[in-house]
Write a protein that binds this ligand. Structure first.
Ligand code: BDP
Length: 689
């Protein structure tokens, strides 16, 4: 009876006990939330209070907690009289924090899961589940945490036709065509996975937005998704096309200073809030890569953002305005343009505007120095934007754990007091790597990047390797060898991509359009800053982009202590050397090798790392289910082939420029440069038409 009731409750929540998740347990669908429902007596779980969110927290605990815990678990909010009476240290948890600990509630010793809000309690429930799934004892839990960043969101670059820009995990999760009628249970599973790692916002559509997503039919579809996500603590946002008043409203202009334009947006905001009362707000890509914006009318970014902010303000919504702008008409170093344009606007944005800044100043490359805007606009709330999808790190097939990439930016010292980048942030946004693939992210290990993003948005100080182990335990089980081996593979995997695609501060060396594979030779694109040669500036004597005072002076955009260090090659970290300096191929590096020898060694190290990962993965063959093991093994083989290709093509090209032999003992590229240049990939995924 009890089991049946539970099954019904779970089915109502969209879990579907006998559904796809359980029947095909090894296809990766269950992410890090693999069903652990114990045989036998389930753990005792009770709830005080009755909201949809508390009910979910209760169901999650029932579903995941093992039998055998001696303390019953109670989910509640801090205002519950029995919790108040227990006088627990609940201050400082904010709206979303939680406390999980043994306490006496209503005369009974229990494991209390509490927050000031039901959302806090839900996060506490997931924290307890994580604690147990990673080997902790339920009865011994003592967990207390509140998110460092208020806004923790995913940006979907999903188009209304179902394609996903830079998506490598299949079609969009949102079936716009059957919405709002059909609420695919998968939407619930998506929200649940996000809530489990603390994500509290999602932007449904591509930043390269179509105005259609603001029409009544599409707003009804977005509202249906918002209804599904709400109890999980997730708000819906939409990317707004700045010229929508022209396209949808029939106005002659989208000039933010025109009262008719402002009026159109006000009415649109009112309309949205009628069906989505907790709508988060608009994300805007303006005057960037051909998107319309206020600059089209001689107005600035603050004018544009503030006009939209005024429309959303009465409803409590926010504008997230992207600083990813660069113009082909601007001869200035692309790395400098966002700072030049936005820094002077600090203090001019309305209170409900946040500026969203990519982690680095160019474009989600395998390694970029932190963006100079972090810390430079103290009066403007800022969101750091990362790519979780691996547009520049090998698409879905390469194993590249991005925890270290995210952490490297978040913990970079800004040079302003002791402030690191995370200290300057109000939020973090990640370009999602999620699609309709059964395993959501295109591979098991890509799921770790979604996971790590959420965990770091909650606590930017979490060590990336700890997150990797935590994820591995929940994804593969708590076998020590599996955790040790997978986390060891993950640890250096992003660095390996840096090594085999171009180390020492090189960036933007990929092929055109689809960005699949190497293209360091490309020099014929319409916009100068789209060409890899613009970035590496290699010639017979040297390589690298001089961003010192003698060059573009981008280093001057950093706070003085950072700028001083970056002004000279010998005080610049070698991993960023060629980002900031043009240096001779014969320059002596710290290890005594020449730059050329060092660069070559990096390529080989990167390829070697992938070979080692394959060997490591082989040792887990009997320990991991066949589906996930085989797919990963196959992808690692693809990665090795492609890493070799990157290395060989790059070396062939550099040698054609510097006319230097390879260091003794180094294996020459398999083909000549002509062969690499002739490769073409007309249907590579994720490429916008
Ligand atoms: C670039 C992507 C492009 C995006 C752009 C953006 O190649 O598809 O539209 O970023 O962030 O990296 O707007």
């Amino acid at each position: 009876m009890r089991v049946l009731a539970m099954a019904a409750a779970l089915a109502a929540l969209g879990f579907g006990l006998g559904g796809a998740g359980a029947a095909r347990a090894d296809d990766g669908y269950d992410l890090w939330l693999r069903p652990r429902a114990p045989a036998g007596t389930p753990a005792q779980v009770a709830r005080r209070g009755d909201t949809a969110t508390l009910r979910l927290a209760e169901a999650e605990l029932r579903r995941a907690l093992p039998a055998g815990a001696t303390l019953p678990v109670v989910v509640a909010t801090a205002a519950d009289p029995a919790v108040v009476a227990a006088r627990l240290p609940l201050t400082g948890l904010g709206d979303e924090g939680y406390l999980v600990r043994a306490a006496t509630i209503g005369g009974r010793r229990v494991m209390l899961v509490a927050g000031h809000t039901d959302r806090g309690a839900l996060y506490g429930a997931f924290a307890l589940i994580r604690h147990v799934a990673t080997g902790g004892v339920a009865d011994a839990a003592l967990l207390r945490s509140a998110p460092r960043l208020a806004l923790r969101m995913l940006d979907h670059w999903d188009n209304l036709d179902g394609t996903v820009e830079r998506g490598y995990a299949g079609q969009s999760l949102w079936d716009w065509w059957t919405l709002p009628d059909f609420r695919d249970p998968r939407y619930t599973d998506y929200a649940r996975a996000n809530a489990s790692i603390g994500i509290n916002g999602t932007v449904l559509n591509n930043v390269n937005a179509k105005a259609d997503s603001l029409t009544a039919p599409y707003l009804a579809k977005a509202a249906a998704l918002a209804d599904v996500f709400r109890p999980w603590g997730i708000r819906v946002y939409l990317s707004a096309r700045f010229s929508a008043p022209i396209e949808l409203g029939g106005l002659k202009t989208a000039d933010p200073r025109d009262p008719a334009v402002a009026g159109w947006w006000r009415a649109k905001a009112d309309e949205i809030y009628r069906s989505i009362p907790d709508f988060g707000g608009f994300l805007v890509k303006a005057n960037s890569e051909g998107q319309p914006g206020p600059r089209d009318y001689g107005a600035n970014h603050a004018d544009g953002a503030n006009m939209l902010a005024a429309a959303l303000r009465p409803h409590g919504g926010r504008v997230i305005w992207r600083a990813f702008v660069y113009a082909e008409t601007d001869p200035e170093d692309r790395a400098k343009q966002a700072y030049s344009e936005f820094r002077p606007l600090d203090g001019r944005f309305a209170a409900n505007v946040l500026v969203q800044v990519k982690n680095g100043a160019i474009d989600f490359q395998p390694r970029e120095p932190f963006h100079p805007l972090f810390g430079a606009m103290p009066r403007t709330p800022m969101v750091a934007e990362f790519q979780i999808t691996k547009e520049y790190l090998g698409f879905a097939t390469h194993l590249a754990y991005l925890g270290p990439l995210f952490a490297e930016t978040l913990r970079a010292q800004t040079g302003r007091g002791r402030q690191d980048v995370a200290d300057t942030l109000t939020g973090m946004a990640g370009v999602a790597n999620i699609g309709r693939d059964r395993d959501w992210s295109g591979s098991t290990f890509n799921q770790a990047n979604w996971y790590a993003f959420g965990r770091l948005a909650w606590d930017p100080d979490l060590p990336a390797d700890r997150i990797a182990r935590e994820w591995a335990a929940q994804t593969f089980g708590t076998d020590a060898q599996v955790i040790a081996t997978t986390s060891a593979m993950m640890a250096g995997s992003r660095e390996a991509v840096v090594d085999y695609t171009g180390a020492l501060g090189l960036a933007h060396l990929m092929a055109t359009g689809h960005h699949y594979g190497p293209g360091p030779w490309v020099r014929d694109l319409a916009r100068p800053e789209w060409n890899p040669v613009y970035y590496h500036r290699a010639d017979a004597a040297g390589i690298g982009f001089d961003r010192t005072a003698a060059g573009s002076d981008a280093v001057a955009q950093y706070a003085a202590p950072v700028a001083r260090a970056l002004a000279r090659p010998d005080t610049t970290p070698e991993r960023e050397l060629l980002w900031f300096h043009h240096v001779a191929w014969d320059r002596r590096m710290a290890d005594g090798r020449t730059l050329w020898e060092d660069l070559v060694a990096h390529y080989d190290r990167g390829v070697g790392y992938v070979a080692t990962m394959r060997t490591q993965w082989d040792t887990l063959r009997t320990k991991i289910d066949a589906d996930r093991w085989t797919k990963t093994a196959t992808y690692l083989a693809v990665q090795q082939r492609e890493a070799q290709w990157w290395r060989d093509a790059s070396l062939a090209y550099w040698m054609s420029v510097n006319h230097r032999p390879l260091p003794a003992g180094v294996v020459p590229p398999a083909h000549d440069l002509h062969w690499y240049r002739a490769q073409s990939f007309p249907h590579a995924p994720g490429n916008p038409k």
